[in-house]
Design a protein around this ligand. Sequence first.
Ligand SMILES: [Zn+2]
Ligand SMILES: [Zn+2]
Length: 274
Amino acid sequence: MDSNNLNSVTALGTGTSTGIPMIGCHCPVCTSLDHRDQRLRTSILLQTVNGKKILVDTTPDLRTQFLNNKISDIDFVIMTHDHADHLHGIDDLRPLCFGPPVREINLYCNEVTHKVVEKRFDYIFGAKDLTNKPILGGGIPRLKLNTVPLLVETTISGESFFFFNYPHGHGETMGFLHQGFAYIVDCMEIPDELMTILKKKKIDLLILDCLQRSKHSTHLTVDRAFSYIEEIKPNRTGLIHMGHDLFHLDLMKMAKVQFGPSVFPLYDQQKLFY
Ligand SMILES: [Zn+2]
Ligand SMILES: [Zn+2]
């Protein structure tokens, strides 16, 4: 397979909200020496055949993720939802705006995330209202928030996306399809209508939420994720957002028993093509 003619996705982080190891935890997963059990907060980078670099979420580990993966420029950002583990590294986009030339980065999200992010980071998005004084020092990241339409093909910088919402806790996460790739993270359930759509799309690679074995109020369990994979039938599925309940190797074995090698947990800095 010639990877030059394919899009790629790099897992910048594959862990749950605390990151793994969790601070102060001495459990077997948090103290594992297998590098695949050390997980930064969940985020991915898409690199398209057209040369576009697309960051999905700005985690509190963003600076480390940029440095680990030698990322110094991106074309735009997709924001899945407003939870801190996916969002609060937003200020680390600042060095990418420095230039020269100074540039502005576009962020794309659903309507609710747009409103919340604008309010939560008013030092960025409300800067003009806060002060009429010139910005001193390193200043603020130059960012522009955009709301995307859902359930229709949408083109951003020449790349075609299909965005959709699904339930997660008290709110909704925005997932998407980009050509043969589907991203569904931080998911409590996939509603029937969305399942119908996903089953019709030819999905080559799915990256799917998979927090832990026991029941959880806002995320997919291993069993739930596996049952969705059975129904959607993507060619390959990478599992993401794992907590310290799951060793990489154990989850890999569980997936292999049911699906063979086509379903597997992701690990940080892993790169896949689609
Ligand atoms: Zn999360
Ligand atoms: Zn979340």
